[in-house]
Structure formats: C-alpha cells, structure tokens
Design a protein around this ligand. Structure first.
Ligand code: GDP
Ligand code: MG
Length: 141
C-alpha cells in the first residue's frame, strides 16, 4: 500500500454548521493525518480555477457561488491510500446516495452543498495540493 497525500476541503456549509472538529475527527479516526491546514475565504477566481475541470458543466456558476459563500478549510491529509480512504470517508457526491456513517450522509443536505471535497486521483491530488500550499507549508510527521 502506498503512502499518499490528498487535498481535502471542508466546504462553507460544514464550516457554517460548526462541524469542522467532527469532520476532522472522522479523518483522524480513519487513519489519516492532517499535515497542512488553513481557513480561507475563496475568491471567485480562486474557486473557479480550482474547479476548472467543471467549467462547462451547467452547475459551474452555482458551484463557484457556493464555494465563495463563506470560509472553507483547505488541508492536506496523509496516510496509506489516502486518496481512496478520504473518498470512502466522504461518501458519494450526492448525500442522498452516500452510505450511512459517511461524512456526506451525516453532515450534508444536498448535492450542491455537500460538506467536503477530496481529490479523486494521484494527478488531481498533486495539482490541488500545489494549488493551495507551498511545499514548506506541509508538515509531515
Ligand atoms: P466530487 O468529486 O464528489 O466532489 O464530485 P464532482 O467532482 O463530480 O463535482 C464537484 C462538485 O460539484 C460536487 O462536490 C458538488 O458540490 C458539485 N456538483 C456536482 N454535481 C452537481 C449538480 O448536479 N448540481 C450542483 N449544483 N452541484 C453539483
Ligand atoms: Mg471531484
């Protein structure tokens, strides 16, 4: 099994609900370490660039509007198979389809406000981590 890093975002809906700590606890109990973290208010430009792969999708404008609606926590999680592990802990994109006990099942209401982001491949993890963090802001331990 490979030790990996993945980019995680606690989205504005979850920050507004005051469940940052409960979500971080899921990651830590799931065997992932938080090796970098910061709270940010995303600009439209920063949020749009992050979700550039969805630029042509009908929901892109709503997605950027949502991601800029309040602060987010961006962070790097590290551990064995961290990318897949994080996606498992998150649950399906649509909280109504997310497995019981997952973050999205427990903390999200709808597909357009679904509590967390997680990188979906090693390539996206590399791009997304570099999008938010300089190398010296990551603290492996
Ligand atoms: P993820 O990797 O599970 O986050 O899902 P995707 O990469 O497919 O989509 C990125 C984000 O766009 C999702 O987490 C949702 O917040 C949002 N999204 C996806 N599908 C829809 C949709 O049909 N409508 C709206 N409003 N947002 C969507
Ligand atoms: Mg995605």
């Amino acid at each position: 099994m490979a030790n990996q890093r993945t980019l995680s975002i606690i989205k504005p809906d979850a920050v507004a609900k005051n469940v940052i700590g409960e979500i971080e606890s899921r990651f830590e109990k799931g065997g992932l370490k938080i090796v970098a973290a910061k709270m940010l208010q995303l600009s439209e430009e920063k949020a749009g660039g992050f979700y550039a792969e969805h630029k042509e999708r009908p929901f892109f404008k709503d997605l950027v509007g949502f991601m800029t609606s309040g602060p987010v926590v961006v962070q790097v999680l590290e551990g064995e198979e961290a990318i897949a592990k994080n996606r498992d802990l998150m649950g399906a994109t649509n909280p109504k389809e997310a497995a019981p006990g997952t973050i999205r099942a427990d903390f999200a209401e709808a597909i357009d406000a679904n509590a967390v982001h997680g990188s979906d491949s090693p390539e996206s993890a590399e791009r997304e981590i570099a999008y938010f963090f300089a190398a010296d802001e990551i603290c492996p331990r």
